[in-house]
Ligand binder design. Structure first.
Ligand SMILES: Nc1ncnc2c1ncn2[C@@H]1O[C@H](COP(=O)(O)OP(=O)(O)OP(=O)(O)O)[C@@H](O)[C@H]1O
Ligand SMILES: [Mg+2]
Length: 113
């Protein structure tokens, strides 16, 4: 099992969500966060040039079985990438997930995910 964490633009949330649903990835946690990447070039946020400072972003967390990792990543990229070559489109982190337990049934592991 893997935990896929993606940091994306606020503006891309609906598109990413739609792509995930199309890819049959239906379990998701979404949070509002702020952060910055390497800000070598200035980034545009709501029409303003923003120099290194914390920018509102969306964090998406999805726990999946190993067989679903690639399609999840592909769906996130399809939804999150903006046209052209723009800094600030976001990043995806993949980490090993030790355990998952469905509270209602006490099922564990890939059954529970
Ligand atoms: N190494 C990192 N650790 C933690 N969070 C990060 C890291 N890199 C990026 N992020 C988060 O992802 C958001 C988007 O990052 P961003 O797309 O600007 O990455 P980048 O490495 O600067 O790439 P780019 O050159 O495309 O802008 C940041 O605002 C931050 O919240
Ligand atoms: Mg950046």
């Amino acid at each position: 099992m893997k935990l896929i964490t993606a940091i994306i633009r606020e503006t891309q949330l609906n598109q990413v969500h739609e792509e995930l649903i199309h890819a049959e990835i239906e379990r998701i946690t979404v949070s509002r966060v702020s952060g910055h990447g390497r800000q070598k070039r200035e980034e545009i946020y709501r029409g303003q040039v923003v120099v290194p400072s914390l920018i509102p972003k969306i964090k998406i967390e999805i726990a999946v079985n190993d067989a679903f990792v690639d399609q999840t990543i592909d769906a996130i990229i399809r939804g999150a990438k903006t046209e052209g070559d723009n800094v600030g489109d976001g990043k995806i982190f993949v980490t090993n997930l030790e355990q998952c337990i469905r509270i209602r049934t006490s099922e564990k592991g890939s059954e529970a995910i």
